[in-house]
Write a protein that binds this ligand. Structure first.
Ligand code: ZN
Length: 274
């Protein structure tokens, strides 16, 4: 973990060391927000003081070596929709409104433009094509994972920038661990129906529900499912770095939807091409 001069604490991934890119995943510490948003919250829409959120974006921009007018944020609705952004999108979601909606991953080849996705348990995936100098940030929650947003990012990078998946360097950041992604049979079987090989990334447990009945709960390892989606798309396994950190297991470090419900902040997964 790095603590920046301005107090922001964040994780970065060694897969991007010595590459012309800055990539980070923030913790909840080092920001200006208070109460349930304490303190480094990047969400404008959950009731936090917008002046505090703007200050948090200023601190994030400083960590990326840019200005808030050169950031662009996603418009997340748990889809697998991706958008290629450039200088025309600079500032959208931070200093001016977005002109797009339903976008869970951003891709850019524009140096100096910081791309940002928001997270509070859902898995962040960061992509870098060092040959064509293209970056991407994806919000791969369980629904986005089921819809394979990682493959959607890679196919768009290939179509627009001639990316060869075997060149890609990828970081899968802090998100729910397998023990913390507990779901009922219906959600588990949506995964198994999508790809039977996902079965090897689950276990079950019999627990008592609040009424005292024994029920079967399913536990899926979303980070390993995403890794498989990446390698199925042509990414080399040795080019994928996976954070072991769980957002629910570390309430001192992270906002977590499963810990805190909707009254909470969100962390930022952010990248910029140098
Ligand atoms: Zn956990």
């Amino acid at each position: 973990m790095t603590i920046a001069k301005n107090g922001v604490s964040y994780y970065s991934f060694s897969i991007f060391d010595n590459q012309p890119v800055r990539a980070l995943f923030t913790t909840r510490n080092g920001g200006a927000s208070h109460g349930c948003f304490e303190s480094l919250n990047f969400g404008f829409s959950s009731g936090d003081d917008p002046d505090c959120v703007r200050q948090n974006y200023e601190r994030l921009a400083e960590c990326l070596g840019t200005n808030v007018t050169h950031l662009v944020t996603s418009a997340q609705t748990h889809t697998n929709h991706v958008l290629v952004v450039d200088e025309r999108h600079a500032g959208m979601g931070v200093t001016r409104p977005k002109d797009f909606s339903d976008i869970d991953a951003l891709i850019t080849a524009t140096p100096g433009l910081g791309i940002v996705t928001a997270h509070a348990d859902c898995t962040p995936v960061q992509f870098f094509d060092p040959v064509h100098r293209v970056i991407a940030c994806a919000h791969s929650g369980w629904m986005g994972t089921l819809e394979n947003i990682s493959a959607a990012v890679i196919s768009t990078m290939t179509a627009r920038f001639q990316t060869d998946p075997s060149d890609l360097l990828i970081a899968i950041g802090p998100a729910l661990c397998q023990d913390c992604f507990e779901v009922d049979e219906d959600v588990a079987f949506r995964f198994f129906d999508a790809d039977p090989s996902y079965r090897r990334f689950h276990y079950t447990r019999r627990i008592s529900n609040p009424a005292g009945d024994a029920v079967t709960k399913y536990y899926l390892d979303l980070k390993r499912i995403i890794s498989l989606e990446l390698t199925n798309a042509g990414v080399l396994l040795e080019h994928v770095e996976v954070s072991e950190l769980c957002t629910k297991c570390h309430p001192d470090l992270f906002f977590s939807h499963r810990n805190m419900g909707v009254k909470r902040g969100v962390m930022a997964s952010a990248m910029i091409l140098l």
